[in-house]
Design a protein around this ligand. Structure first.
Ligand code: BTN
Length: 258
């Protein structure tokens, strides 16, 4: 059983950086760092995560007891727990979806993001330190984002209490985190798919040596990789890439600030 211990800060450079510093001081798994603002919040793919007051920014120190080849599944586990928590507050009034691998969308607009960093200097066969960083737009949706963003305030009044939200997230996350380590991602796959954005739709994936691949988003594998069917009916299994969904970009105006 992991004990989650929360430390709150008014301002930090980045909660991921702080939790990494604490890890280097041998803080245990379950250390949670929360900040009211971040001066250099980071997003995926080297993007900035603009962090004004009023939103939620936190990072959790984890040491998953899984082999290195499945460590990237943590992104899907974290995303699923976050989507479930957000849906609880949103109810059925809007659509909460997961854009593979782990952007959380509400009515096609991004409300939250997840950045997972690992410490390759202390990379172990199992138990590698991972920093699960999450930003949730509560009061404000920053404008300079790669995807059009929205905030809880646009849908729910009053907005959720951040401490209660965090607590609910940790409960959801912990149960999925334990399941994942003990039984594998396969057990969570169907629930992940129930939130999946764009199943059966045309997508564009930029994946390592294959470059850009276009096709239909068929499903995800038992290991969480995306399966894309190209125009020649060839299946591509994509485990790490940037995926774009033309429906999101077309309807809302994609601004790539990468
Ligand atoms: C993304 O969608 O690009 C991921 C964004 C992750 C932002 C969070 S906010 C808390 C934690 N600290 C950071 O510097 N980044 C993550």
């Amino acid at each position: 059983m992991i004990n989650y211990n929360f430390t709150h800060y008014d301002s930090l450079d980045s909660t991921n950086s702080e939790v990494k510093r604490l890890c280097q001081q041998d803080y245990p798994e379950g250390t949670v760092v929360v900040a009211a603002t971040q001066t250099v919040g980071r997003g995926r793919l080297g993007r900035r995560w603009i962090s004004p007051p009023g939103n939620l920014y936190f990072s959790i120190l984890l040491r998953p007891k899984v082999s290195l080849d499945v460590l990237s599944q943590l992104a899907l586990v974290g995303g699923l727990a976050l989507a479930k928590t957000i849906k609880y507050y949103m109810g059925d009034t809007c659509r909460v979806t997961l854009k593979w691998p782990n952007d959380i969308l509400v009515n096609l607009q991004k409300i939250a993001g997840i950045l997972i960093e690992t410490d390759m200097d202390s990379c172990l066969i199992e138990g590698t330190p991972c920093y699960l960083g999450i930003g949730v737009n509560m009061e404000r949706a920053p404008e300079l984002t790669a995807y059009p963003a929205i905030a809880f305030k646009d849908f729910v009044t009053p907005i959720p209490d951040t401490a209660e939200f965090l607590n609910n997230f940790v409960i959801n996350f912990n149960s999925m985190y334990v399941t994942w380590q003990e039984e594998g991602f396969v057990v969570l796959r169907d629930e992940w798919l129930s939130f999946a954005h764009g199943l059966g739709e045309f997508i564009v994936a930029t994946a390592g040596k294959e470059g850009q691949i276009e096709g239909e988003f068929l499903t995800i594998t038992e290991a969480g990789s995306l399966i894309l069917l190209d125009e020649n009916e060839k299946e591509h299994i994509i485990s790490s890439s940037e995926v774009t969904f033309p429906d999101i970009e077309d309807r809302l105006g994609f601004i790539n600030k990468n």
